[in-house]
Design a protein around this ligand. Structure first.
Ligand code: FES
Ligand code: FES
Length: 956
């Protein structure tokens, strides 16, 4: 390997460094790995996402592709240099890896000394997963240095090449304008959020994320920010074909390469070879055949990444290519090649059925019947933090007596169990620690590098880090299912829908992942949020040689809502009924029954969301005749989405609260914070229950040694399930403290009130910390644990409650179509969500803004393109996500129709906020220009062709 070094002198945040570096090193690598300034993040290595932005002599640059030698003699500014309250200047890696990696704590004084941009990003709730934030703030700093009074347009232009996938762009714009105001000596802009209708002491109020300050200062720790002095670097050799038999693997040359410590293949897996969240069909290392282009064939650990990469080139694999199954239709064709020869139903992973009423009778009763076929695309999560994992071998040091995996995970306990099974060791021999997660959206539920770093660490006896580059991330991880949906809907003349029949064909890709569950949700939601007396839905989830499909925000409902909500509009058109009125007539409400046979007894806020949207459209002043060759119209769509796993799956979460004599509390659970704001929610709930100020509660998440199992972060379940676990654990602690204090004060325990850090009764008061000390003095543990078990649900096909709660939503999109070009612009979205109770309105707004933007991308631009099993989308630049320039005005409105068992009435919001956006835009397109788009994403050239040729539908 080339060991040449060049001298580099740079001044970073005012401190000069003299370094010797390899000549090809990029500035981001020098900052992150040589200087330990890990606040600068890397998301793509291809100058596409902009999150690595730093300033060189005041000019913003993409440090991921900026040769470090170019910065020789320059002044470099990074996120760590902005704050004046203790900027870090590097070399902080190992010190951060205390067992309490995730302890979070917010104190108001932390905002002091921050740069106005940092403080305003925190105050306005512009920070979600946080991974993009350093790059956004540095880009914004360059803007404000040059332009102290930027307009919205100026901000959009400056940030047009810097992505935030959590997409709180409206909050980001406001935060930048507010910071600019402060820097001009003017008052900051007020924080405007949709407040809860019924705020309590802390729940429902505007609070700041405990981890937000760390995220805006560059101190937040994500997995790749952790580094061990003697760590090795892992790389993965992936399949050369989407479908092929492996005839031989020769690793001898790679093993002989100096600096290589291990080369492992399937034969080196000591335990169970396969992993999988539902079916264990996914080999940790491919053995006899490869089934998609991301299949891992061999893994390497080496002294440097360069050596590891070189070793991959030396591994010889002999393949026998096999015919490629590239679509559900091909998978189900007679005589199709089999992806999994041993699967009993061939390439049919699962046939999922919904039967309700008598479908023949339903259509016989209908006066009007419409039918269409819809196609949705494979889409990509594009979380900005690529997958990364570090395996630390058992016995490495005192802090790691057992095998430890650091990984940003959505399901830490499932990771632990799957790693242990593949290693052939008990679950208790493995510890999973999750640092912060730079976005997930469902894409970090499956195993990525966890098992590989475990195998390599155990084999080499040294820590091993695997960081996927963006191309590997795109190639490897599960996507949203491309789905074809044939749907037929019948209604009476008065608008009462009598029947829905549908067939769905979902591309599950090479391995099952969560296809069974995702496509079940697509099936059960294929009648939309409407009371349909007769329904017959069949879904075919298939194995193909495409990348696996799995969980993705919306969990299958995104696809079926696209079809249902456009078909409803088509039906309304045929019937001559207003689409909103048609929806209202058939809307689910208390007392109605879903297509799976569940009678809804409470918390059905759909009608309120429809009414709120109608009221706001009527009041909207945006001109609908822009002139020229542009046309505008509103489109609406509704949605519902289950909260929790449902379908009979046990759904539970545990939390533990510990209180301290200094008057603080810590709440612990293994539930992932992926940007959605769970840390804030459990801190608020704990503070509420214990009557503590919010800033006296710490949160510790996702360490399987220290925090109980909160279950998967999926199905919009964490606020409900883990929120309840936190609430009950804190309630138990409250009872313990009340009993101690009641005895000392000689009052009934029930008379004690917990308020603002005090316990009050009969005109007397005891400080919370003093009460804790009394508890300890009695020899009792100041800890309370609670495992919350959600209400029982029934499997599909058995009737009864398939889910314990649903969220409801209506969205309206104001769409403009350019008749000359076919371009579609979304000007405004009104998003009304029934969430039961808004526990954290700031976080909720972020979820809604991000959900709308993800729905907008799903509609207009996003497609992960695969040709014969080989991704064309192999770099981020080929995946078109909407950025700040495409951001419409987003009006977020909360409806709070509480659910009885949710914490304070809350149910999920993470997914519902994204589901109606796509069909609302498509209905808007039709209403504007008369062309219906049946295939996603909307192909604007095809739309233009349809406009020119007088065609009424786009099916391409
Ligand atoms: S542009 Fe540098 S990491 Fe994406
Ligand atoms: S906060 Fe921007 S990517 Fe998550």
């Amino acid at each position: 390997m080339n060991s040449e070094r060049v001298n580099l002198t740079i001044t970073v945040n005012g401190k000069t460094h003299h370094l010797q570096i390899p000549p090809h090193r990029y500035l981001a690598e020098v900052l992150r790995y040589d200087l330990g300034l890990t606040g600068t993040k890397v998301g793509c290595n291809e100058a596409e996402c902009g999150i690595c932005t730093v300033l060189v002599n005041g000019v913003p640059v993409d440090s991921c592709i900026y040769p470090a030698v170019k910065a020789d003699g320059c002044l470099v500014e990074t996120i760590e240099g902005l704050a004046t309250n203790g900027a870090e200047n590097g070399r902080i890696f190992r010190d951060r890896i205390s067992p309490r990696v995730r302890t979070s704590y917010y104190r108001p004084e932390q905002l002091k000394g921050l740069h106005p941009l940092q403080a305003e990003f925190v105050r306005h709730g512009a920070v979600q997963c946080g991974f993009c934030i350093p790059g956004l703030i540095m880009t914004a700093k360059a803007l404000l240095d040059a332009n102290p009074q930027p307009t919205d347009h100026d901000i959009k232009v400056a940030l047009k090449d810097t992505y935030c996938r959590c997409a709180g762009y409206p909050a980001i714009i406001t935060a930048i304008k507010s910071a600019a105001a402060i820097m001009r000596g003017e008052p900051p802009l007020p924080v405007t959020i949709p407040e809860s209708e019924r705020p309590l002491h802390v729940v429902g109020t505007n609070v700041i994320r405990p981890e937000a300050v760390a995220k805006v200062t560059g101190k937040a720790v994500y997995t790749d920010d952790i580094q061990f002095p003697d760590q090795l670097y892992g790389r993965t050799l992936r399949a050369a074909y989407p479908h092929a038999r492996i005839l031989a693997i020769d690793t001898s040359q790679a093993e002989a390469l100096p600096g290589v410590y291990a080369v492992l293949t399937a034969k080196d897996v000591p335990g169970r070879l396969h992993h999988g969240l539902v079916y264990q069909d996914w080999p940790a290392l491919a053995k006899d055949k490869v089934r998609y282009i991301g299949d891992p064939v061999a893994i390497v650990a080496a002294e440097t990444e360069e050596i590891a990469a070189a070793a991959l080139d030396l591994i010889q694999v002999t393949y026998e290519p096999l015919p490629v199954v590239d679509s559900p239709e091909a998978a189900l064709a007679p005589g199709a090649p089999l992806v999994h020869e041993e699967w009993e139903t061939g390439n049919l992973l699962k046939h999922i059925k919904v039967r309700h009423g008598d479908i023949e009778q339903g259509f016989a009763e209908a006066d009007v019947v419409v039918s269409r076929t819809y196609h949705t695309a494979t889409t990509e999560h594009a979380f900005l933090e690529p997958e990364c994992a570090i395996g630390v071998p058992a016995g490495y040091d005192a802090a790691h007596p057992r095998l430890t995996i650091y990984v940003g995970s959505q399901i830490p306990y499932a990771d632990r169990n799957q790693v242990a099974a593949c290693l052939g060791v008990p679950d208790s021999a493995v510890r999973i620690v999750s640092p912060l997660v730079g976005g997930g959206f469902g894409g970090k539920e499956d195993i990525a590098a966890q098992i590989h770093v475990a195998l390599l660490a155990q084999r080499t006896g040294r820590p091993v880090k695997m960081l996927y580059r963006r191309d590997e991330s795109l190639r490897f991880h599960p996507k949203r299912h491309a789905t074809t949906i044939h749907i037929r809907m019948g209604a009476k003349r008065d608008g009462r829908i009598t029947a829905v029949q549908a067939e769905l064909y979902g591309d599950g890709g090479a391995y099952a992942s969560l296809s069974d569950k995702v496509m079940t949700r697509a099936t059960t939601h294929a009648t939309g949020p409407y009371a349909i007396p007769h329904a017959k839905i069949d879904c075919y989830a298939t194995y193909t040689n495409n990348p696996p499909s799995g969980a993705f925000r919306g969990f299958g409902v995104t696809q079926s809502a696209f079809a249902v909500e456009q078909t409803i509009d088509i039906l309304a058109y045929e019937l001559g009924i207003d689409p909103l009125a048609l929806r209202r007539k058939n809307a689910l409400r208390v007392g109605t029954t879903t297509a799976t046979g569940q009678t809804l007894r409470e918390s059905v806020g759909l009608i309120q969301t429809l009414d709120e949207v109608a009221r706001r459209i009527a009041a909207d002043k945006t001109p609908l005749n822009p002139g020229g060759n542009r046309v505008r119209a509103w489109g609406i769509a509704c949605a519902y989405k289950n909260t929790g796993l449902g379908g009979g799956a046990p759904d539970k979460s545990a939390a533990l609260v510990e209180v301290y004599p200094d008057g603080t509390a810590e709440i612990r659970t293994s539930a992932a914070e992926i940007g959605q704001g769970l840390v804030t929610v459990v801190a608020q709930i704990t503070a509420e229950e214990l009557g503590l100020p919010y800033d006296r509660v710490r949160v510790l998440l996702s360490d399987t040694d220290l925090t109980p199992d909160g279950g998967p972060t999926t199905a919009s379940r964490q606020t409900y399930v883990t929120g309840n676990a936190a609430r009950m654990a804190a309630g138990r602690m409250r009872e313990m403290l009340a009993s101690v204090v009641a005895e000392r004060l000689d009052v009934p325990p029930g008379s004690i009130r917990f308020e603002e850090g005090l316990l009050r009764a009969n005109g007397r008061r005891v400080a919370f910390g003093e009460a804790v000390q009394w508890l300890i003095d009695e020899g009792r543990e100041p800890r309370a644990y609670y495992e919350y078990v959600a209400p029982v649900t029934q499997p599909l096909g058995t009737g009864g409650d398939m889910h314990f709660a649903f969220s409801f939503a209506t969205q309206a999109a104001l769409v403009e179509v350019d008749l000359d070009t076919g371009e579609v612009h979304v000007l405004k979205v009104i998003a009304v969500n029934d969430v039961g109770r808004a526990i954290n309105p700031v976080g909720l707004r972020g979820q809604v803004e991000g959900g709308v933007m993800m729905g907008l991308g799903n509609c207009l631009t996003e497609a992960f393109i695969v040709e014969k099993g080989v991704p064309f989308t192999n770099v981020l630049a080929r995946y078109k996500m909407p950025g700040i320039k495409q951001t419409p005005e987003i009006v977020s409105v909360i409806v709070e129709d509480p659910t009885a068992d949710g914490p304070y009435g809350a149910k999920g919001v993470g997914e519902i906020s994204s589901i109606p956006t796509t069909p609302a835009i498509c209905n808007g397109i039709f209403n504007a220009c008369g062309v219906r788009v049946l295939t996603l994403p909307v192909d604007q050239d095809a739309l233009l062709r349809a406009l020119r040729n007088g065609r009424l539908e786009v099916t391409e």
